[in-house]
Design a protein around this ligand. Structure first.
Ligand SMILES: Cc1cc2nc3c(=O)[nH]c(=O)nc-3n(C[C@H](O)[C@H](O)[C@H](O)COP(=O)(O)O)c2cc1C
Length: 183
């Protein structure tokens, strides 16, 4: 099995999404020690903004399609995903490769692989909460992966900027959930 591990947090060693995505990869590796892990750190090695020229290069999409499991660390910045992660998505959403338009509408072509997303958010965005209308991270990623034929799985640590105690509770709970994901 090939695991593609992607991180996009700018906060380095303090990053919750990096800690959770790392834990998911560690659990997957414990279950399958022969798995190969490909690391793509979108902060250390950023992809440029999309250009017409970049659209012609399928290296990033091929790396994605070569993986059976993709683990993504996804922090919330300004109510949505990091621009580094958006640049990566811009390289994998390719008509004719990961989706196509048919007479019956769009069809995803990237199914058959697992995508697990480790989300970290400073606030709470549950349905019915005052900020729920501003949740454009999980909802966006779900929509995009559904579009290319994948039902992503999420582990979320929320309320990280509410208090140190809440942060500790949320991260601990999310790290606990990674056990279930790798089972
Ligand atoms: C530049 C910046 C913007 C942020 N914007 C939001 C936001 O809009 N909503 C939110 O709930 N938290 C926001 N946060 C808090 C982060 O989501 C939180 O710190 C989370 O832990 C980030 O993930 P990381 O620890 O992996 O970097 C922001 C943090 C930073 C640094």
């Amino acid at each position: 099995m090939t695991i593609l591990h992607i991180d996009s947090s700018i906060t380095g060693d303090n990053s919750a999404s990096r800690a959770i995505s790392r834990s998911i990869v560690d659990r997957l590796l414990a279950a399958d020690p022969a798995a190969q892990v490909i690391e793509r750190d979108l902060v250390d090695q950023p992809l440029s903004h999309l250009t017409l020229e970049a659209l012609g290069d399928s290296t990033v999409a091929d790396e994605f399609l070569d993986a059976q499991t993709v683990v993504i660390g996804a922090p919330m910045y300004n109510f949505t995903l990091a621009t580094q992660l958006k640049a990566w998505l811009d390289r994998i959403l390719i008509a004719g490769k990961t989706f196509r338009y048919t007479a019956d509408g769009p069809e995803g072509l990237a199914g058959g692989r697992r995508v697990i997303v480790a989300i970290a958010r400073g606030g709470f965005y549950n349905e019915g909460s005052p900020a729920s209308a501003l949740e454009h991270l999980e909802s966006y990623l779900r929509g995009v992966f559904n579009f290319i034929g994948i039902e992503p799985e999420f582990v979320a640590a929320d309320g990280l900027n509410i208090s140190p105690e809440q942060r500790e509770r949320s991260v601990r709970a999310a790290l606990g959930e990674t056990v279930r994901l790798a089972a």
